[in-house]
Ligand binder design. Structure first.
Ligand code: GLC
Length: 554
């Protein structure tokens, strides 16, 4: 059954175990703490949790430098705790996705140690070496400014090794069949322990040809099919969500024309243009990005997000557009990163303006795809710009007004909890917000509940409706004879829009407001006329709720 593709219409919540909840009081979040918070997560109504890397790691890149793929970082617990956690999640109907970071290992991984030490070791060829410094060694850095080169000399091996990211993250030679087999083994291990799939890190680099002699790297897309087939044979309903910030004309290479490669991809194109729309009250480029990324196989899906644990990358916007976004959301040098992005959390970027934050989330939940929420954003958490680089938006979860926001009983939290200013834990915390019916937290819970009642977004096709004003995005989704329609006003002033729903039958006459009482009946000219408040949004079911009763999908 097509409906078994659970990820097509799901809500994902991502978190980092180390900064979520510390149960044993050592200052570091752990699986026991996370387990105690599962009912909180369940209360949000999400379908899946995506865990950032939690395996053994020296922790020099937030865990994206793994030193043992088959382990749990002892600071977070044991493999036993992990299995307890996946089981407890399953009992609540929540799936678990985990990061799969296999483009590179930590330089402290035993494979790399062995590879450096012994040129005859089989592990030597698991990495990418060069006797001389390659001519292009100062090209292709992911972290320009912080990272000086992509090739670094290793004094033990007496050769240069390739690293797309930091120098402590040597790239695996993913063209080596033994490395490919090991990647499958890693997937097989975690799938056996109860996860439902993977967020695959840095996919374009994983499948790229690598080497000193490679001037024009080529993507080996066939590898994606191998990953998928393996996974699907092991556990039929598992999936891979690819982190691939690529141009829209290669998207289908990642999904596969027959839907035989990645199940999901993050939609970076829409993400960047969405922030432009928020900054400039101009939805034209966003609509273009949505149209460009419309093609996807029936079994494929987009992951829609606002912010993540990295910087907000604006590299795909034009110079002019980027300037506008910087001016609106990250005007100071300290807000920016690598000249192309903003490192802030969502709420402070939007000046803490609840209307704009709701607009942004309402939009994320109604864009064509599966929404991916980041821990703390449900409270409107802030950032700590005194922390270096991307660390500023990775501070611990703020649970209560207890010391360190209730995150830990230790006096030495792994990361400082935000404790001053309007985003300090005394003002922004889950305990307060749980009690306040108008809080951000309760708003997010309601919007997730409603998102689940509009499966048309996950399953259907969208159409952009002409509403006569570029500051307003009007979208209609159709699926199995049901339609929903969404309006979003990106402008800071009220706008009246007139539009036709465009179905062409009697359903057009009635729009039922799903979030309030502002229903709409068509005028005699067949058009609806709606006045949206500044940053206002509406969710409608087209044709009235009766149509819901005729749904064929239940
Ligand atoms: C991905 C992660 C990022 C990490 C990098 C290297 O881009 O999102 O946080 O630094 O991969 O693994």
């Amino acid at each position: 059954m097509i409906k078994d593709l659970w990820y097509k219409n799901a809500v994902v919540y991502c978190l980092s175990v180390g900064t979520y909840m510390d149960a044993n009081g050592d200052g570091v979040g752990d699986f026991s703490g996370l387990m105690r918070r599962l009912d909180y997560i369940n209360g949000l109504g999400v379908s899946a949790i995506w865990l950032m890397p939690f395996q053994a790691s020296p922790g020099r890149d937030n865990g994206y430098d793994i030193s043992d793929y088959y382990s749990v970082n002892p600071a977070y617990g044991t493999l036993g705790d992990f299995v307890e956690f996946t089981h407890a999640a399953k009992q609540r109907g929540i799936r678990v996705l985990i990061d799969l970071v296999v483009n590179h290992t930590s330089n402290e991984h035993a494979w790399f140690k062995e590879a450096r030490r012994d040129p005859k070791s089989k592990y030597r060829d698991w990495y990418v070496w060069s006797k001389k410094k390659p001519a292009n060694a100062d090209k292709g850095m992911v972290f320009p400014g912080v990272q000086k080169s992509t090739w670094t000399h290793d004094p033990v091996a007496k050769e240069y090794y390739f690293h797309r990211f930091y120098d402590f993250q040597p790239d695996l030679n993913t063209s080596n069949p033994e490395v490919q087999a090991e990647i499958l083994r890693i997937m097989g291990f975690w799938i056996q322990l109860g996860v439902s799939g993977f967020r695959m890190d840095a996919v374009p680099f994983v499948i790229s040809t690598k080497g000193a002699e490679v001037n024009k790297p080529r993507e080996q897309y066939g590898m994606l099919r191998d990953f998928r087939e393996f996974l699907q044979w092991r556990v039929g309903d598992s999936m891979i969500l690819a982190e691939a910030n690529v141009l829209p004309n290669t998207d289908m290479q990642y999904f596969g024309d027959d839907g035989d490669r990645m199940h999901m991809m993050f939609n970076f194109q829409v993400n960047q243009n969405l922030f432009y729309a928020l900054a400039a009250a101009d939805t034209k480029p966003l609509v273009k990005a949505m149209e460009k990324t419309k093609p996807r196989p029936p079994s494929g899906q987009w992951g829609m997000f606002l912010r993540n644990h990295d910087e907000l990358d604006l590299g795909r916007l034009t110079e002019k557009q980027r300037k506008k976004v910087f001016a609106a959301f990250g005007p100071n040098k300290e807000d920016q990163l690598y000249d192309r992005g903003i490192r802030r959390r969502l709420a402070p970027m939007l000046g803490g303006d609840r209307r704009r934050i709701e607009l942004a989330y309402s939009l994320m939940f109604t864009l064509p795809g599966t929404p991916v929420l980041r821990y703390g954003d449900e409270l409107g958490m802030g950032d700590d710009l005194s922390l270096p680089e991307r660390e500023c938006c990775r501070t611990p979860m703020q649970w209560s007004t207890e010391p360190h926001g209730g995150f830990t009983k230790s006096d030495k939290p792994v990361m400082p909890v935000i404790d001053r200013g309007p985003y300090g834990y005394e003002h922004v915390n889950a305990a307060f917000q749980r009690r306040d019916p108008n809080s951000m937290l309760n708003w997010i819970e309601r919007i997730i509940r409603m998102r689940k009642e509009v499966p048309e977004v996950g399953w259907g096709d969208f159409e952009v409706i002409k509403a006569g004003n570029d500051a307003v995005l009007a979208l209609r989704y159709d699926w199995r004879n049901n339609s929903v329609l969404f309006l979003h006003n990106f402008a800071g002033e009220p706008i009246e829009v007139e539009f036709k729903t465009g179905l062409g039958d009697e359903r057009d006459d009635k729009l039922v407001d799903l979030l309030g009482d502002a229903h709409s009946n068509a005028q005699t000219n067949g058009k609806h006329c709606v006045c949206l408040e500044a940053y206002g949004y509406r969710w409608y079911r087209v044709g009235g709720l009766d149509y819901l009763l005729n749904r064929s999908d239940v």
